[in-house]
Unconditional design. Structure first.
Length: 399
């Protein structure tokens, strides 16, 4: 049988049990002293002394709180002692609490009733007992039982609440871990789209061009192959950086965003033959590393779209520092398209590249994490301007 308030369930049960045993022994010793003072010559004295010593030893051992049978034996010994010497009824108070702690209410309440009845009998047998005090023992017992059971149920409710809170905290932590994994997966997909996928797409175009020109213009074909090899080398560097810390290789090599964008424009012009101009407006200001990485990735993605879809004659990259934000503009004079009115992340299915990959939604996702915005201005035949704005200070973490 499990005790309702065992030490495993209540860390304070140990010291409470010790106090109850100590109080019982003190009351037992007081009762024995009073009995010997008034009834030393009684033939029952040896039995009273022996039973008192045995009762004290049995209760101090603590077995009565761990084994119900042992507690029943203690109660039986005390009942015999009370019948021989009514003054031992004082020991009923710690015994009542021991019974309430050791048994469930269905068994504890009848036992407490029996103990109370023995106390009333013992009180009535005392010489000069006041009959008006006959209701005192049941009143005290009823109050003690009610308070104890109330506190016991309150403790059980609090323990259940703590268990529910711990379970809810674990479930919340699991949800946060899953959400973090999904966010990281989305971030990695964007990183792969902006590096590996675009590099492979450029290599494919160059190799196809080399294959078509191989018979008629071997020099041009070899040029395309060399350019594809350069892109492969750069993509390999990006892949190694990607594995290391996901920072763009250009940004790590050039040291600043301005230098990385200038190098990107120069390299794009050399590889694709499309003239790309870089311009810096305003004085460079400190910018979070995540914002620098995002702007460089957006510039790479926008130029990849220009190269593959725009059929442009020239393009430009402009980085502007405007007070508390930095704005990156990638413009081209290509065929343009009609931006989709369906939502901030969508594109017209008929637009160039409208059904491919991440594209503009990926750029918007990057900027949204940084508290920035993406604007696309385009019309058929009038070119395209992709404008990305990010704050120069890191946005507060959303909780």
């Amino acid at each position: 049988m499990r005790y309702p308030l065992s030490r495993a369930a209540d860390p304070d049960a140990g010291w409470l049990s010790a106090v109850m045993r100590l109080v019982f022994v003190l009351l037992l010793g007081t009762s024995l002293t009073r009995y010997l003072t008034h009834h030393l010559a009684s033939p029952l004295t040896p039995w009273v002394i022996a039973l008192s010593v045995a009762l004290a030893a049995g209760h101090l051992s603590g077995l009565s709180e761990r084994r119900p049978a042992w507690l029943v034996a203690v109660l039986g010994s005390w009942a015999v002692l009370v019948l021989m010497a009514p003054s031992f009824a004082w020991c009923a108070v710690p015994l009542v609490y021991t019974v309430l702690r050791a048994f469930p209410p269905r068994a504890a309440i009848p036992l407490v009733t029996v103990l109370t009845a023995l106390v009333m009998v013992a009180q009535a047998r005392l010489p000069g007992a006041d009959p008006t005090l006959v209701l005192l023992p049941p009143a005290v017992a009823a109050l003690a039982t009610a308070v104890f059971l109330y506190m016991q149920r309150q403790g059980a409710r609090q323990r259940k609440l703590i268990v529910d809170l711990i379970r809810a905290r674990r479930e919340l932590a699991a949800v946060e871990r899953r959400q973090g994994a999904l966010s990281e997966r989305e971030r990695l997909s964007v990183e792969i789209h902006d590096t590996r996928a675009q590099g492979l797409s450029s290599q494919q175009m160059l190799l196809q061009a080399a294959d078509l020109a191989w018979e008629q213009d071997a020099a041009a074909a070899r040029g395309h192959v060399r350019t594809a090899a350069a892109i492969t080398a750069r993509n390999l560097a990006e892949a190694r950086r990607f594995v290391h810390d996901l920072a763009p290789a250009d940004l790590a090599e050039q040291g600043t965003l301005e230098a990385a964008l200038a190098a990107l424009a120069e390299r794009e012009a050399a590889e694709s033959g499309l003239p790309v101009r870089f311009q810096l407006d305003g004085s460079p200001a400190p910018m979070p590393a995540a914002a620098q990485s995002a702007l460089l990735r957006i510039a790479q993605g926008a130029l990849a779209n220009v190269r593959e879809h725009a059929r442009a004659r020239r393009a430009s990259i402009t980085l502007s520092y405007l007070g508390d934000q930095a704005v990156l503009d990638v413009a081209d004079d290509g065929r343009g398209f009609t931006p989709s009115p369906g939502g901030p992340g969508g594109r017209d299915p008929a637009a160039p590249g409208g059904g491919r990959g991440h594209g503009l939604p990926a750029m918007r996702a990057r900027l949204r994490q940084l508290g920035g915005t993406l604007t696309v201005e385009s019309a058929p035949g009038e070119g395209t301007v992709v404008s990305a704005a990010v704050p120069l200070e890191s946005p507060p973490e959303v909780r």
